[in-house]
Design a protein around this ligand. Structure first.
Ligand code: MGD
Ligand code: MGD
Ligand code: SF4
Ligand code: MO
Length: 680
């Protein structure tokens, strides 16, 4: 029996409220904390499609003689217990690795990271690593907190939006339509920095089609214009920053026009954008994957942060640095400690007091050395890392250099995949655990503007599938001897006690609304706008940083093009859910390669022709979409499909600080695919 209860969309970090509507037989919006009028984008509206889908995993599977066969839960867990114990005993706990899930609840992520730590390793990560890890690192360094500085509801007060490396019209549609568009209609100016024209560009006043990987010269040149034109907020700089003189010296040595040209943009347009940003009373920055997913992702965001600090655009309504987060709980997965270097609440594993504080609640102390990050771990599969638990992630499609990733998964001694569909990663599993989707479980998720929202169960999981938290409870008991609370509410109550930024919240208090972090013990509500009087670091000031351009990892030969990868509105990440949705059908153009007419003509490529895209790492065949929307020298494809598997082409380079991959810059050769002879 289905009951209609308030839940949260399983897709993006906007966190729209959805529930099952039995009359319509589909998901509908309720008036949630973010989608206050019940509005949804096409993905949210189609979210029921994956609940009663006939490809759902409905029974545990174990590999016997190379084939996955149906098993009982006991058989599956006996095998898991035996193999995890064996690997940990033979090679030490750091030979195990845990992929936690940004698509799953705070309670589930909390329990999985606690299990890893009880087993004796900090080897737990979630795909924030592939996403905004660099943003979080840079913002943490400067402001003392890596999260969005403002709240969605105050951002409309901005006079200028600087949107860089993000396409909110397609990737955060309800934020775009319900929070940004009304402001744009009443006069807010939007600057869009993106090598490609997309739906966001259509609503922009100034478009800077930056050359992929050249955001630092662009941002430094914008900062230099702000200084040159006397647009610096002197009072703010004096009171709230340090290091201005050093930055000013560096910027005054720059040739602004030359830096603009190096970044591939028109110097006049760049000056216009910088003046608009600098002259605004209130200017808000939105930043996305175009900035974060480079091997200089942290430096990109460091360069970006100089702008709000120069102009006093931090700590008040309509300003700040606002990363738009990825999945419905990528914010929360990090908040509750599913990261290898920090405990719940972002306290470093190396901090003795932090470990002692969690030990008071847990009854054991977590290890004191940071664990491996997600991609680093994959690179060590079969060697240092022998067993993995993959919860709600599809890394064989989504990690870079997919051919290598597949070999890595092959080389594991033991792999558990806990998912809801037979994904491409399930093909590498020794044991498969059938979990639950959004409508089948309860718990909390934390959206992009730090609001903790409750999901309530509408329907039971299909067949023998179980609620994710119940599966993780048994896993915790079997491999680490933990006795976790039986309900999401019980787990939330525990996680609150070790997560200072959540300490004042309560499950009941959230109800069908939300509570926002930071919400310390004793507070009556959370803080919407961070860094108002002092930064979250506890300091009154934030430092300026001098940032130099870093060349992309892949050198680009004369006959090569730069492949940028990204997203479209109707598909979500690895496509595990959306590719199975009847409503979000595969549409023309979604899996094609956007190529500029000049680059196409030089290669004899017609619109619609099948082209081969290749480099030393791999190759894919795709249809060409010849369009001037993408800049010359750059091609664009999505990574939503297992075929074409675009991540065969992306590389291994990682940001040295945040370890995020360079998904937004790969050198490729593009040629017309030779016709396959009809009689072959
Ligand atoms: N429809 C849909 N929505 C989603 C998702 C989805 O898969 N589909 N995924 C969710 C997730 S996990 C995330 S992380 C967010 C991501 O949301 P976005 O950050 O908006 O995602 P992307 O499309 O990957 O990248 C944004 C833009 O960066 C541009 N870009 C590429 N290279 C550069 C560069 O060097 N510099 C600059 N300035 N820009 C560049 C691309 O052209 C692209 O338009 O979306 C979330 N929402
Ligand atoms: N080339 C390229 N690659 C990229 C990116 C890019 O821009 N370009 N972006 C990167 C980014 S930002 C991200 S975040 C990653 C995303 O990478 P992934 O997290 O690997 O991708 P998803 O498709 O979100 O994977 C979600 C998995 O969880 C399962 N799932 C969904 N809901 C539930 C649930 O409630 N319970 C359980 N048990 N399972 C569930 C789905 O079936 C699916 O297998 O991809 C990265 N890869
Ligand atoms: S905007 Fe995001 S959270 Fe809202 S319905 Fe669309 S995918 Fe779901
Ligand atoms: Mo993401």
């Amino acid at each position: 029996m289905a009951a209609s209860s308030e839940s949260v969309c399983p897709y993006c970090g906007v966190g729209c409220g959805i529930r099952y509507d039995a009359d319509r037989g589909s998901a509908v919006g309720w008036n949630g904390p973010v989608n206050t009028r019940g509005e949804l984008c096409p993905k949210g509206a189609a979210a029921w499609d994956v609940v009663d889908h006939d490809e759902r995993l409905t029974t545990p599977l174990v590999r016997v003689n190379g084939r996955l066969v149906e098993a009982t839960w006991d058989e599956a867990f006996d095998r898991i217990e035996r193999e995890f114990s064996r690997v940990a005993a033979d090679h030490g706990p750091d030979s195990t690795f845990f992929f936690s899930s940004s698509n799953c609840t705070n309670e589930e992520n909390y329990l999985l990271q606690k299990t890893a730590r009880a087993l004796g390793t900090n080897n737990v990560d979630n795909c924030a690593r592939l996403c905004h890890a660099s943003t979080v690192a840079a913002m943490g360094d400067r402001f003392g907190a890596g999260a969005i500085t403002n709240s969605l509801s105050d951002l409309g007060e901005a006079d200028v939006f600087l949107v860089t490396g993000a396409n909110p019209a397609e990737q955060h549609p309800v934020i775009f339509r319900s929070y940004l568009l009304p402001a744009l209609k009443s006069g807010t100016t939007m600057i869009h920095v993106d090598p490609r024209e997309n739906q966001t560009t259509k609503a922009a006043d100034i478009h800077l089609p930056v050359k992929p990987g050249f955001d630092i010269p662009l941002l430094n040149a914008m900062a230099a214009v702000v200084v040159e034109e006397g647009l610096v907020d002197e009072a703010f700089v004096a009171e709230r920053t340090t290091g201005f003189e050093t930055l000013r010296e560096h910027l005054s040595g720059l040739d602004i026009d030359a830096e603009a040209e190096r970044a591939g943009v028109d110097p006049d347009d760049l000056r216009a954008a910088a003046s608009a940003y600098g002259e605004a009373d209130r200017a808000a920055v939105f930043t996305g994957m175009g900035m974060s997913q480079h091997h200089c992702g942290t430096d990109n965001v460091q360069a970006l942060i100089n702008l709000p600090l120069l102009t006093g655009n931090v700590g008040k309504a309509g300003t700040g640095v606002n990363p738009l987060r990825g999945q419905n709980n990528v914010q929360g997965a990090g908040d509750v400690g599913a990261l290898p270097n920090v405990l719940p609440g972002y306290r470093p594993v190396t901090d003795d007091d932090a470990r002692a504080a969690v030990a008071d609640v847990w009854g054991f102390e977590p290890p004191n050395h940071p664990g491996l990050t997600e991609v680093e771990a994959t690179h060590r599969f079969g060697d240092e890392v022998r067993a993995a638990y993959v919860f709600g992630e599809n890394p064989t499609v989504t990690e870079p250099n997919a051919n290598r990733v597949r070999e890595a998964f092959e080389s594991l001694d033991f792999c558990v995949v806990h998912d809801v569909f037979p994904t491409e990663t399930v093909e590498f599993a020794d044991v498969v655990l059938p979990g639950s989707v959004w409508a089948e479980k309860s718990g909390t998720v934390t959206n992009t503007d730090r609001q903790v929202i409750r999901m309530n169960r509408n329907v039971a999981p299909p067949g023998d599938a179980r609620a994710d938290l119940d599966i993780l409870r048994e896993f915790a008991a079997r491999v680490a001897g933990l006795d976790a609370p039986a309900t999401p509410e019980g787990v939330f109550d525990e996680l609150r006690r070790v997560t200072p930024i959540y300490a004042g919240m309560s499950y009941d208090g959230i109800g069908t609304g939300s509570q926002r972090w930071p919400f310390p013990e004793g507070a009556t509500e959370g803080t919407a706008i961070l860094h108002a009087d002092a930064f979250e670091s506890g300091l009154k000031t934030a430092p300026f940083r001098v940032v130099e351009h870093v060349d992309p990892a892949d050198p680009v030969a004369d006959d090569e093009l730069v492949l940028v990868t990204g997203r479209v509105l109707q598909q979500f990440n690895s496509g595990a859910l959306t590719r199975r949705s009847g409503v979000l059908m595969r549409m023309r153009g979604e899996d094609s390669l956007q190529i500029h007419p000049d680059d196409a003509a030089a290669r004899g490529i017609d619109d619609g022709a099948t082209v081969r895209v290749e480099n030393d790492r791999g190759e894919v065949a795709v249809a060409a979409e010849v369009t001037p929307a993408v800049r010359r020298g750059t091609v664009f494809a999505t990574f939503h499909y297992a075929d074409p598997l675009v991540n065969r082409l992306t590389g291994d380079a990682l940001d040295p600080t945040a370890k995020i991959p360079e998904y937004k810059h790969s050198a490729v050769r593009v040629t017309v695919e030779p016709e396959v002879a009809a009689d072959d």
